[in-house]
Design a protein around this ligand. Structure first.
Ligand code: CMC
Length: 444
């Protein structure tokens, strides 16, 4: 018998099955042969939240949560943060290799020429209410791009794919900055293609009446590093949305709009906002011990601490902490940073956090940096979406090139009624959700 297999005995029937193990996994479909009788559909695995299900093979990002390791295409995140740029890292994620100098130049050029958006996008944005959330606007405008590029639904056309990837990387910062300017009632600032990727983004966000916006080089580089750190994180909620929606072979703008929508949720892209709220609630370094005691007593959680995958210091958090100090050297002191540093110091020495392996995650310091850059909290998920576009596109491309992939169509365990007859209205008894329906006033 081969060693790379699993022997399963079905105690319902006494039958034994041998299931191959490949890359540390069994194929879920191999379970289907396990049946209680001829009529049986076959065994399935039940896995809400996909906690132990690999829907794909991927060569993009590797995380070793126990050791605190994160690598893009084999390169350590620490090394990329120190030596690479976001544009280069995006190339690495999408294409799988670090570019040679001429390729990098072409890639940068090919993205930069796509930073402009159709003038109608401005009209579209102007249709939103004055207080529309920038992330809600971003979701819609990314989706709306599909109407400008109908050829994008040729997802198996390599050249079309290349163009859409460049467009999405080029236009996302523009859309993001336009959403911000719209929410502030400020005039839109067109891209400045003489600036770097992040320099141009800062210009579109903050340029006022000056002839040319000149970003502070420390801030520009800090943002570039933040973008590198946020560029991918393997099969998270939004990346899975990109893959799942893309599996219907819809154009990448529609799939990226779905991924952006997934990132909008507070459990995914919104934790750094919660960190800032917590630091403001603590208010002063002297109140940190009291706050930690409350958390230990079960009154809330330490936001920005703990991670489903990392049971070690999140490697991104370490880099972001240094960045926060660098940025604040330029922007001035922040009481929030002082509180955060003290909070981290006390928590990392405390048995409660040590035994539960709770360490700062990427969100612990990122909000402090965004706040120092005068980026409002509503923009935080948008700041996440811009760099994550590279990861989404890398996964979308990998998905389409993977011959094993099919349209995502999970199974379910049906636990509802057996077949029942339709009853006339007067014979129905009130029950369940029916009772929740009450009459609302029609004078809204
Ligand atoms: N503060 C205090 N206690 C915590 C925390 C925390 N932040 N996180 C986990 N715990 C405790 C939890 O109460 C439990 O204790 P016990 O065993 O006594 O019941 C134990 O640690 C294990 O917690 P868990 O909920 O089973 O852990 P999880 O892996 O399901 O949760 C998490 C991961 C990120 C949801 C959680 O750590 C958390 O809520 N953190 C705060 C929110 C946050 O910072 N979220 C951002 C995550 S990073 C974003 C990204 O990478 O996309």
């Amino acid at each position: 018998m081969s060693k790379d297999s699993l022997t399963i005995t079905d105690n319902r029937t006494g039958r034994t099955y041998e299931i191959p193990i490949q890359d540390g996994a069994i194929r879920a479909l191999d379970l289907r042969q396990i049946k209680s009788d001829e009529e049986d559909f076959g065994l399935m695995s039940y896995d809400p939240g996909y906690g132990n299900t690999a829907p794909c093979k991927s060569a993009i990002t590797h995380i070793d949560g126990a050791r605190g390791v994160l690598r893009y295409r084999g390169y350590r995140i620490e090394e990329l943060a120190e030596r690479s740029t976001y544009i280069e890292t995006a190339y690495l994620l999408v294409k799988g290799v670090l570019p040679q100098p001429d390729r990098l130049k072409m890639w940068r050029h090919n993205i930069t020429v796509h930073t402009m958006v159709h003038e109608n996008v401005k009209k579209f944005l102007n249709g939103f209410r004055h207080d529309a959330h920038p992330m809600g606007m971003l979701v819609s405008t990314i989706g709306a791009l599909s109407t400008f590029y109908p050829e994008a639904n040729n997802v198996f056309d390599r050249e079309s794919r290349r163009v859409q990837i460049r467009r999405l990387l080029g236009k996302t910062p523009t859309l993001a900055a336009f959403c911000y300017r719209r929410s502030r009632g400020l005039p839109y600032v067109y891209p400045d293609n003489d600036l770097s990727y992040t320099g141009n983004f800062l210009s579109m966000m903050f340029k006022m009446s000056e002839r040319q916006y000149r970003p502070d080089p420390i801030i520009e580089r800090a943002l570039d590093v933040l973008f590198i750190l946020h560029a991918d994180h393997e099969q998270n909620c939004s990346t899975s949305a990109m893959r799942n929606v893309g599996s219907s072979r819809v154009d990448p703008y529609s799939a990226a709009a779905a991924a952006t929508a997934a990132l909008y949720g507070p459990l995914h892209g919104g934790a750094n906002e919660a960190v800032l709220r917590m630091l403001n609630e603590i208010g002063h370094v002297s109140r940190v011990p009291q706050y930690v005691a409350q958390v230990k007593a079960g009154e809330g959680r330490l936001m920005g601490f703990g991670h489903r995958v990392y049971k070690h210091y999140d490697p991104r958090a370490r880099i972001i902490k240094d960045l926060a100090h660098q940025v604040l050297e330029v922007t001035g002191k922040s009481p929030e940073l002082e509180i955060a540093v003290e909070l981290e110091r006390i928590a990392l020495e405390d048995d409660f956090f040590v035994t539960r392996r709770l360490y700062p995650n990427i969100d612990f310091y990122s909000g402090i940096i965004y706040q120092a850059l005068k980026i409002p909290t509503a923009m935080f998920p948008v700041m996440f979406a811009i760099p994550r576009m590279a990861g989404w596109l890398a996964h979308w491309r990998e998905f389409l090139q993977d011959e094993e992939q099919r349209i995502a169509r999970p199974r379910q365990l049906y636990v509802g009624h057996e077949e029942r007859g339709y009853e006339p209205t007067h014979r129905r008894l009130p029950s369940g959700d029916d009772l929740e329906e009450t009459l609302v006033s029609d004078r809204i």
